[in-house]
Design a protein around this ligand. Sequence first.
Ligand code: AQP
Length: 339
Amino acid sequence: MTEVVHTPRVFSGIQPSGGLTLGNYLGAMKRFVDMQNEGIETIYCMVDLHAITVWQDPDKLRRATRELCAGYIASGLDPAKSILFNQSQVAEHTQLAWIFNCVARMGWMQRMTQFKDKAGKNAQNASLGLFGYPALMAADILVYHATHVPVGEDQKQHLELTRDIATKFNHDYGVEFFPITEPVIEGAATRVMSLRDGSKKMSKSDPSDMSRINMTDDADAIAKKIRKAKTDPEPLPSDVDGLEARPEARNLVNIYAALSETSVEQVMRDVGGKEFSAFKPMLAELAVEKMSPISGEMARLMQDETEIDRILAEGAGRARAIAAPILKKTYEIVGMVGA
Ligand code: AQP
């Protein structure tokens, strides 16, 4: 069998399951913009169907989807360069997900740590959608034959599952049809941690608003959250090795490095040995400088929902034009009459 070489194509998505956080920005969106500007074909989705794996208020979901689109654009995504759309407007995602439900194995899904984390002790009461989430995520990616997926560290296991699904599909049907997608997990902030607990991921669904910086926070809120961020009593160490076993210090240094687009090593050369009382105001100033223009632009874009909806509909049309022939070919391979 000759190996098929797939043209580079980037896909990624974010759930409109609440307000965006600095974690989403540094771990995902900032990388989305970098990849767009490298001139690769880029497709970025608001994954509303993933969001409802946990109950969402319909009006809040609509608002969060539009706000996410505004966040994408305010961060630097250009609808003329990147395809931007919400997942539910392109039915091919769920159609391919069904096929992948029949390819993925129960045992694979049961190993997913995100399901265990989100379902917690109440797994019997979690939705079937939450359990099947990674098969839909594989379909989101593979319905475009995407070759690269920029994500934060927490999505690594789901991307491995996507590769397993593609490999098993290709093997079971004797084809080289789906690419084996590469995760792109890069930068100093692939895992931004909670400001209240350095062992927990910063997350939009954390009950404590003080645990995260929201992309809609104003300058005062950002500065206050950084000032109150949990730290230990020691000054910053003089080098990177000294951050070992100091999760809160490491997190603030990583955020500083990512926001200032420099390496953690360089940050340690600049701020090593400083007390937190001196470092936190530097970080707050940097965070405000980088995030305030984005939140201001998001607020401006949100004043014109019709325009946002137009961008999403146009993006969905462009996405469907890529996805439909790939789904059709998948149906043919699987043996569906009329495909
Ligand atoms: N703390 C984080 N650090 C780095 N990257 C992060 N991402 C999320 N949190 C961090 C990355 O953002 C992208 C979109 O994530 P998502 O919203 O679709 O789902 P999630 O990972 O489950 O994010 P949240 O904030 O934790 O949402 P909830 O609370 O609804 O579950 C992904 O690339 C993710 O890696």
